[in-house]
Design a protein around this ligand. Structure first.
Ligand code: NAP
Length: 365
Protein backbone atom coordinates (compact mmCIF):
# COMPACT_ATOMS: atom_id res chain seq x y z
CA UNK A 1 0.00 0.00 0.00
CA UNK A 2 1.39 3.37 -0.89
CA UNK A 3 1.43 5.82 1.98
CA UNK A 4 1.85 9.45 1.11
CA UNK A 5 2.94 11.64 4.01
CA UNK A 6 2.32 15.38 3.79
CA UNK A 7 5.07 17.46 5.43
CA UNK A 8 4.74 21.08 6.54
CA UNK A 9 7.88 23.07 7.34
CA UNK A 10 7.82 26.11 9.62
CA UNK A 11 10.91 28.28 9.08
CA UNK A 12 13.31 28.32 6.15
CA UNK A 13 16.44 29.93 7.64
CA UNK A 14 19.81 28.37 8.51
CA UNK A 15 18.31 25.02 9.54
CA UNK A 16 14.95 25.03 7.71
CA UNK A 17 16.42 25.77 4.27
CA UNK A 18 18.84 22.88 4.66
CA UNK A 19 15.96 20.57 5.63
CA UNK A 20 13.89 21.81 2.65
CA UNK A 21 16.83 21.22 0.31
CA UNK A 22 17.06 17.56 1.36
CA UNK A 23 13.30 16.99 1.22
CA UNK A 24 12.99 18.56 -2.22
CA UNK A 25 16.22 17.46 -3.88
CA UNK A 26 16.86 14.08 -2.20
CA UNK A 27 13.20 13.03 -2.19
CA UNK A 28 13.73 9.73 -4.03
CA UNK A 29 16.67 8.72 -1.85
CA UNK A 30 14.68 9.33 1.38
CA UNK A 31 11.66 7.46 0.01
CA UNK A 32 13.92 4.51 -0.74
CA UNK A 33 15.25 4.51 2.83
CA UNK A 34 11.85 4.80 4.50
CA UNK A 35 9.68 2.93 2.05
CA UNK A 36 7.22 5.78 2.50
CA UNK A 37 6.26 8.31 -0.16
CA UNK A 38 6.06 11.90 0.98
CA UNK A 39 5.64 15.45 -0.25
CA UNK A 40 6.76 18.76 1.23
CA UNK A 41 3.47 20.61 0.92
CA UNK A 42 3.96 24.01 2.60
CA UNK A 43 6.80 26.15 3.97
CA UNK A 44 5.94 28.95 6.43
CA UNK A 45 8.27 31.96 6.65
CA UNK A 46 8.13 35.38 8.25
CA UNK A 47 8.65 37.42 5.10
CA UNK A 48 7.32 36.54 1.65
CA UNK A 49 9.67 39.15 0.21
CA UNK A 50 12.94 37.71 1.51
CA UNK A 51 15.20 36.17 -1.13
CA UNK A 52 15.12 32.34 -1.23
CA UNK A 53 17.17 29.69 -3.00
CA UNK A 54 16.04 29.08 -6.57
CA UNK A 55 15.04 25.48 -5.86
CA UNK A 56 12.35 26.56 -3.34
CA UNK A 57 9.03 26.64 -5.24
CA UNK A 58 7.29 29.98 -4.59
CA UNK A 59 3.95 28.15 -4.49
CA UNK A 60 4.90 26.32 -1.28
CA UNK A 61 5.59 29.51 0.69
CA UNK A 62 3.20 31.20 3.08
CA UNK A 63 3.59 33.71 5.90
CA UNK A 64 0.74 32.10 7.86
CA UNK A 65 2.31 29.44 10.09
CA UNK A 66 -1.03 28.62 11.75
CA UNK A 67 -2.60 27.66 8.44
CA UNK A 68 0.21 25.11 7.98
CA UNK A 69 -0.26 23.70 11.51
CA UNK A 70 -4.02 23.41 10.84
CA UNK A 71 -3.77 21.98 7.30
CA UNK A 72 -5.42 18.52 7.26
CA UNK A 73 -3.15 17.50 4.36
CA UNK A 74 -0.11 17.81 6.64
CA UNK A 75 0.64 14.71 8.68
CA UNK A 76 4.08 15.78 9.89
CA UNK A 77 4.95 19.29 11.05
CA UNK A 78 8.63 20.27 11.18
CA UNK A 79 9.26 23.40 13.27
CA UNK A 80 12.56 25.16 12.50
CA UNK A 81 11.56 28.77 13.17
CA UNK A 82 12.68 29.33 16.74
CA UNK A 83 12.04 32.55 18.58
CA UNK A 84 10.32 34.42 15.73
CA UNK A 85 6.98 32.78 16.39
CA UNK A 86 4.84 31.31 19.16
CA UNK A 87 6.15 27.79 18.62
CA UNK A 88 4.11 26.29 21.47
CA UNK A 89 0.88 27.46 19.83
CA UNK A 90 1.90 26.01 16.45
CA UNK A 91 3.06 22.70 17.91
CA UNK A 92 -0.04 22.30 20.10
CA UNK A 93 -2.39 23.01 17.20
CA UNK A 94 -0.68 20.35 15.08
CA UNK A 95 -0.62 17.73 17.86
CA UNK A 96 -4.26 18.44 18.74
CA UNK A 97 -5.33 17.31 15.29
CA UNK A 98 -3.08 14.23 15.58
CA UNK A 99 -0.21 15.42 13.38
CA UNK A 100 3.30 14.27 14.28
CA UNK A 101 5.77 17.00 15.24
CA UNK A 102 9.52 17.50 14.95
CA UNK A 103 11.19 20.57 16.39
CA UNK A 104 14.73 21.97 16.55
CA UNK A 105 13.60 24.44 19.21
CA UNK A 106 15.51 23.81 22.46
CA UNK A 107 13.80 26.65 24.31
CA UNK A 108 10.38 25.17 23.58
CA UNK A 109 11.35 21.74 24.98
CA UNK A 110 13.36 23.18 27.88
CA UNK A 111 10.44 25.28 29.06
CA UNK A 112 7.39 23.26 27.94
CA UNK A 113 8.70 19.81 26.97
CA UNK A 114 7.04 17.76 29.73
CA UNK A 115 3.63 19.31 28.99
CA UNK A 116 3.99 18.87 25.20
CA UNK A 117 5.22 15.29 25.60
CA UNK A 118 2.09 14.50 27.64
CA UNK A 119 -0.08 16.11 24.96
CA UNK A 120 1.67 14.11 22.21
CA UNK A 121 1.20 10.90 24.22
CA UNK A 122 -2.52 11.68 24.65
CA UNK A 123 -2.93 12.12 20.88
CA UNK A 124 -0.66 9.13 20.14
CA UNK A 125 1.73 11.08 17.92
CA UNK A 126 5.51 11.42 17.96
CA UNK A 127 7.19 14.57 19.25
CA UNK A 128 10.89 14.42 18.33
CA UNK A 129 13.63 16.96 18.94
CA UNK A 130 17.03 15.40 18.23
CA UNK A 131 18.33 18.65 16.68
CA UNK A 132 17.38 20.76 19.69
CA UNK A 133 20.33 19.60 21.83
CA UNK A 134 23.88 19.63 20.49
CA UNK A 135 22.96 19.75 16.79
CA UNK A 136 24.30 16.74 14.93
CA UNK A 137 25.27 14.67 18.01
CA UNK A 138 22.54 12.02 18.43
CA UNK A 139 22.46 12.48 22.20
CA UNK A 140 18.65 12.53 22.51
CA UNK A 141 18.42 9.06 20.97
CA UNK A 142 21.28 7.82 23.15
CA UNK A 143 19.48 8.89 26.33
CA UNK A 144 16.02 7.85 25.16
CA UNK A 145 16.84 4.51 23.56
CA UNK A 146 20.40 3.22 23.95
CA UNK A 147 20.71 3.97 27.67
CA UNK A 148 17.07 3.33 28.54
CA UNK A 149 18.04 0.23 30.51
CA UNK A 150 20.78 1.91 32.48
CA UNK A 151 20.81 4.64 35.12
CA UNK A 152 22.37 7.97 34.21
CA UNK A 153 24.44 9.38 37.06
CA UNK A 154 25.72 12.57 35.44
CA UNK A 155 25.75 14.46 32.18
CA UNK A 156 28.07 17.33 31.39
CA UNK A 157 29.74 19.06 28.52
CA UNK A 158 30.48 21.96 26.26
CA UNK A 159 27.13 22.59 24.58
CA UNK A 160 27.37 26.07 23.10
CA UNK A 161 29.55 26.71 20.06
CA UNK A 162 29.35 30.49 20.16
CA UNK A 163 30.97 30.74 23.59
CA UNK A 164 33.60 28.17 22.60
CA UNK A 165 34.41 30.16 19.44
CA UNK A 166 34.70 33.36 21.43
CA UNK A 167 36.89 31.86 24.17
CA UNK A 168 39.11 30.07 21.65
CA UNK A 169 39.51 33.25 19.57
CA UNK A 170 40.37 35.18 22.74
CA UNK A 171 43.04 32.55 23.48
CA UNK A 172 44.53 33.50 20.09
CA UNK A 173 44.43 37.19 20.98
CA UNK A 174 41.19 38.23 19.20
CA UNK A 175 38.96 40.77 20.93
CA UNK A 176 35.61 39.63 22.37
CA UNK A 177 33.43 41.68 19.97
CA UNK A 178 35.31 40.57 16.85
CA UNK A 179 35.13 36.95 17.99
CA UNK A 180 31.34 37.19 18.49
CA UNK A 181 30.82 38.81 15.07
CA UNK A 182 32.84 36.02 13.45
CA UNK A 183 30.68 33.35 15.12
CA UNK A 184 27.51 35.12 13.92
CA UNK A 185 28.85 35.22 10.35
CA UNK A 186 29.45 31.46 10.46
CA UNK A 187 25.77 30.85 11.35
CA UNK A 188 26.55 29.35 14.77
CA UNK A 189 25.23 32.14 16.97
CA UNK A 190 21.59 32.30 18.01
CA UNK A 191 19.74 35.29 16.53
CA UNK A 192 19.97 37.02 19.91
CA UNK A 193 23.61 36.52 21.01
CA UNK A 194 22.68 37.16 24.66
CA UNK A 195 21.13 33.68 24.60
CA UNK A 196 24.58 32.22 23.89
CA UNK A 197 26.93 34.41 25.90
CA UNK A 198 24.75 34.57 29.04
CA UNK A 199 24.47 30.76 29.08
CA UNK A 200 20.70 30.47 28.46
CA UNK A 201 21.17 28.39 25.30
CA UNK A 202 23.32 25.87 27.21
CA UNK A 203 20.80 25.85 30.08
CA UNK A 204 18.00 24.98 27.63
CA UNK A 205 20.04 22.07 26.26
CA UNK A 206 20.95 20.87 29.74
CA UNK A 207 17.31 20.96 30.91
CA UNK A 208 16.21 19.03 27.82
CA UNK A 209 18.91 16.38 28.39
CA UNK A 210 18.09 16.16 32.11
CA UNK A 211 14.43 15.47 31.26
CA UNK A 212 15.60 12.43 29.30
CA UNK A 213 18.53 11.35 31.48
CA UNK A 214 16.77 11.57 34.83
CA UNK A 215 13.13 11.19 33.81
CA UNK A 216 12.46 14.42 35.67
CA UNK A 217 10.38 17.34 34.36
CA UNK A 218 13.30 19.77 34.66
CA UNK A 219 12.82 23.24 33.17
CA UNK A 220 15.69 25.55 32.21
CA UNK A 221 14.32 28.25 34.52
CA UNK A 222 15.33 26.01 37.45
CA UNK A 223 18.98 25.90 36.41
CA UNK A 224 21.48 28.46 37.71
CA UNK A 225 23.34 30.09 34.90
CA UNK A 226 26.43 32.31 34.49
CA UNK A 227 27.78 33.40 31.11
CA UNK A 228 31.13 34.44 29.67
CA UNK A 229 30.69 38.21 29.36
CA UNK A 230 32.84 38.85 32.45
CA UNK A 231 35.82 36.88 31.13
CA UNK A 232 38.72 39.19 30.28
CA UNK A 233 41.94 38.54 28.34
CA UNK A 234 43.66 38.54 31.76
CA UNK A 235 41.45 35.67 33.02
CA UNK A 236 42.31 33.69 29.87
CA UNK A 237 46.04 34.37 30.19
CA UNK A 238 46.05 33.46 33.90
CA UNK A 239 44.19 30.19 33.22
CA UNK A 240 46.67 29.34 30.48
CA UNK A 241 49.69 29.96 32.74
CA UNK A 242 48.21 27.47 35.21
CA UNK A 243 47.67 24.85 32.47
CA UNK A 244 43.92 25.39 32.09
CA UNK A 245 41.44 26.73 29.55
CA UNK A 246 38.11 28.36 30.24
CA UNK A 247 34.99 26.85 28.67
CA UNK A 248 31.29 27.29 29.38
CA UNK A 249 30.33 24.01 31.08
CA UNK A 250 26.79 22.70 31.45
CA UNK A 251 26.73 19.98 34.10
CA UNK A 252 24.15 17.93 35.99
CA UNK A 253 24.20 14.94 38.30
CA UNK A 254 21.97 13.04 40.63
CA UNK A 255 23.08 12.45 44.17
CA UNK A 256 21.38 11.24 47.32
CA UNK A 257 20.22 14.79 47.98
CA UNK A 258 18.49 15.11 44.60
CA UNK A 259 19.52 16.82 41.39
CA UNK A 260 22.34 19.32 40.94
CA UNK A 261 22.82 21.32 37.77
CA UNK A 262 24.49 24.52 36.60
CA UNK A 263 25.84 26.36 33.59
CA UNK A 264 29.08 28.12 34.48
CA UNK A 265 32.49 28.93 32.96
CA UNK A 266 35.03 26.52 34.44
CA UNK A 267 38.77 25.93 34.35
CA UNK A 268 39.58 22.73 32.50
CA UNK A 269 42.98 21.05 32.18
CA UNK A 270 44.24 21.95 28.69
CA UNK A 271 44.41 18.33 27.49
CA UNK A 272 40.82 17.43 28.49
CA UNK A 273 38.29 16.91 25.63
CA UNK A 274 36.15 19.79 26.98
CA UNK A 275 39.15 22.14 26.79
CA UNK A 276 40.15 20.99 23.31
CA UNK A 277 36.82 22.10 21.75
CA UNK A 278 36.95 24.61 18.90
CA UNK A 279 34.15 26.55 17.21
CA UNK A 280 30.85 24.74 16.89
CA UNK A 281 32.12 21.43 18.25
CA UNK A 282 30.13 20.18 21.24
CA UNK A 283 31.30 17.48 23.65
CA UNK A 284 28.93 15.61 25.97
CA UNK A 285 30.06 13.19 28.65
CA UNK A 286 27.47 10.84 30.12
CA UNK A 287 28.25 8.65 33.12
CA UNK A 288 25.92 5.75 33.83
CA UNK A 289 25.81 3.12 36.55
CA UNK A 290 26.55 0.18 34.23
CA UNK A 291 28.02 1.54 31.00
CA UNK A 292 30.46 3.84 32.78
CA UNK A 293 31.62 7.01 31.04
CA UNK A 294 30.65 7.68 27.43
CA UNK A 295 31.84 10.72 25.48
CA UNK A 296 30.14 12.10 22.38
CA UNK A 297 31.43 14.90 20.19
CA UNK A 298 30.51 16.57 16.93
CA UNK A 299 29.04 19.65 15.33
CA UNK A 300 26.58 21.30 17.68
CA UNK A 301 25.45 23.96 15.24
CA UNK A 302 25.36 24.96 11.60
CA UNK A 303 22.65 24.51 8.99
CA UNK A 304 23.48 21.17 7.38
CA UNK A 305 24.75 19.51 10.60
CA UNK A 306 21.57 20.44 12.47
CA UNK A 307 19.41 19.52 9.47
CA UNK A 308 20.98 16.05 9.53
CA UNK A 309 19.44 15.50 12.98
CA UNK A 310 16.07 16.91 11.82
CA UNK A 311 16.13 14.61 8.78
CA UNK A 312 16.83 11.62 11.03
CA UNK A 313 13.72 12.50 13.04
CA UNK A 314 11.72 12.93 9.82
CA UNK A 315 12.75 9.48 8.60
CA UNK A 316 11.85 8.04 12.02
CA UNK A 317 8.42 9.71 12.06
CA UNK A 318 7.70 8.59 8.51
CA UNK A 319 8.42 4.99 9.49
CA UNK A 320 5.96 5.34 12.39
CA UNK A 321 3.33 6.88 10.11
CA UNK A 322 3.95 4.14 7.55
CA UNK A 323 3.41 1.54 10.29
CA UNK A 324 6.94 0.16 9.93
CA UNK A 325 7.95 1.04 13.46
CA UNK A 326 6.10 1.54 16.70
CA UNK A 327 6.09 4.94 18.29
CA UNK A 328 8.70 5.33 21.02
CA UNK A 329 7.85 8.39 23.00
CA UNK A 330 8.65 9.24 26.54
CA UNK A 331 11.65 9.89 28.65
CA UNK A 332 14.13 7.58 30.29
CA UNK A 333 12.41 5.50 32.92
CA UNK A 334 13.37 5.66 36.56
CA UNK A 335 12.44 9.25 37.28
CA UNK A 336 11.53 9.22 40.94
CA UNK A 337 11.85 12.97 41.39
CA UNK A 338 9.01 15.24 42.38
CA UNK A 339 8.11 17.76 39.67
CA UNK A 340 8.63 20.64 42.05
CA UNK A 341 12.06 19.46 43.25
CA UNK A 342 14.47 22.36 43.31
CA UNK A 343 17.83 21.87 41.69
CA UNK A 344 20.96 22.65 43.69
CA UNK A 345 23.96 24.42 42.15
CA UNK A 346 26.46 22.00 40.63
CA UNK A 347 29.72 23.87 41.19
CA UNK A 348 29.18 24.94 44.80
CA UNK A 349 31.58 22.40 46.28
CA UNK A 350 34.20 22.57 43.51
CA UNK A 351 37.83 23.46 44.00
CA UNK A 352 38.87 27.06 43.24
CA UNK A 353 42.40 28.21 42.50
CA UNK A 354 43.48 31.05 44.76
CA UNK A 355 44.54 33.31 41.88
CA UNK A 356 41.57 32.47 39.58
CA UNK A 357 38.99 32.05 42.30
CA UNK A 358 35.97 33.27 40.32
CA UNK A 359 35.97 30.06 38.26
CA UNK A 360 35.57 26.51 39.58
CA UNK A 361 37.96 23.78 38.42
CA UNK A 362 36.29 21.03 36.41
CA UNK A 363 36.65 17.63 38.07
CA UNK A 364 35.37 14.36 36.71
CA UNK A 365 32.80 13.10 39.19
N1 NAP B 1 21.38 27.45 13.61
C1 NAP B 1 21.80 26.39 14.27
O1 NAP B 1 22.95 25.99 14.16
C2 NAP B 1 20.86 25.65 15.18
C3 NAP B 1 21.30 24.49 15.85
C4 NAP B 1 20.42 23.77 16.67
C5 NAP B 1 19.10 24.22 16.80
N2 NAP B 1 18.70 25.36 16.16
C6 NAP B 1 17.33 25.80 16.35
O2 NAP B 1 16.65 25.74 15.11
C7 NAP B 1 15.66 26.76 15.05
C8 NAP B 1 15.89 27.59 13.79
O3 NAP B 1 17.16 28.21 13.87
P1 NAP B 1 17.83 28.94 12.61
O4 NAP B 1 19.24 29.20 12.99
O5 NAP B 1 17.54 28.19 11.35
O6 NAP B 1 17.03 30.34 12.60
P2 NAP B 1 16.96 31.43 11.43
O7 NAP B 1 18.07 31.24 10.46
O8 NAP B 1 16.77 32.74 12.10
O9 NAP B 1 15.60 31.07 10.65
C9 NAP B 1 14.35 31.24 11.22
C10 NAP B 1 13.29 30.98 10.16
O10 NAP B 1 11.99 31.05 10.75
C11 NAP B 1 11.16 31.92 10.00
N3 NAP B 1 10.20 32.57 10.90
C12 NAP B 1 10.43 33.43 11.92
N4 NAP B 1 9.27 33.82 12.48
C13 NAP B 1 8.29 33.21 11.78
C14 NAP B 1 6.88 33.24 11.88
N5 NAP B 1 6.23 33.98 12.79
N6 NAP B 1 6.16 32.49 10.99
C15 NAP B 1 6.80 31.72 10.06
N7 NAP B 1 8.14 31.65 9.94
C16 NAP B 1 8.87 32.40 10.78
C17 NAP B 1 12.10 32.91 9.37
O11 NAP B 1 11.47 33.49 8.23
P3 NAP B 1 12.25 34.52 7.22
O12 NAP B 1 13.17 33.63 6.42
O13 NAP B 1 11.18 35.12 6.41
O14 NAP B 1 12.96 35.47 8.13
C18 NAP B 1 13.28 32.02 9.02
O15 NAP B 1 13.07 31.37 7.78
C19 NAP B 1 15.79 27.53 16.38
O16 NAP B 1 14.87 27.02 17.30
C20 NAP B 1 17.21 27.23 16.83
O17 NAP B 1 17.36 27.32 18.23
C21 NAP B 1 19.54 26.06 15.35
Amino acid sequence: VEIRVGIGLIGCGTVGSSVAEQLLLANAEIEKRTGVRFALRRIAVRSMRAERAAWIPQALLTDDARSVADDPEIDLLVECAGSGLNAADIVERAISRSAHVITANKELIATQGPRLAALAAAYRVTLSYEAAACGAIPIVRVLKDALAGDEVVSIAGVMNGTTTSILHAMEQGTEYAAALAQSQRMGYAESDPANDVEGFDAAHKLALLMQLAFGAPVLSTQIGCAGITGITPTCIARASELGYRLRLIAAAKRSSGGLRAEVHPALIKADHPFARTRGPENVVRVVTRNAGALTFSGKGAGGSATASAVLGDIVGAMKVIGGREVKRNGAHAGGAFASSASIAAYFDDRMRLSDSAEYPVWAEN
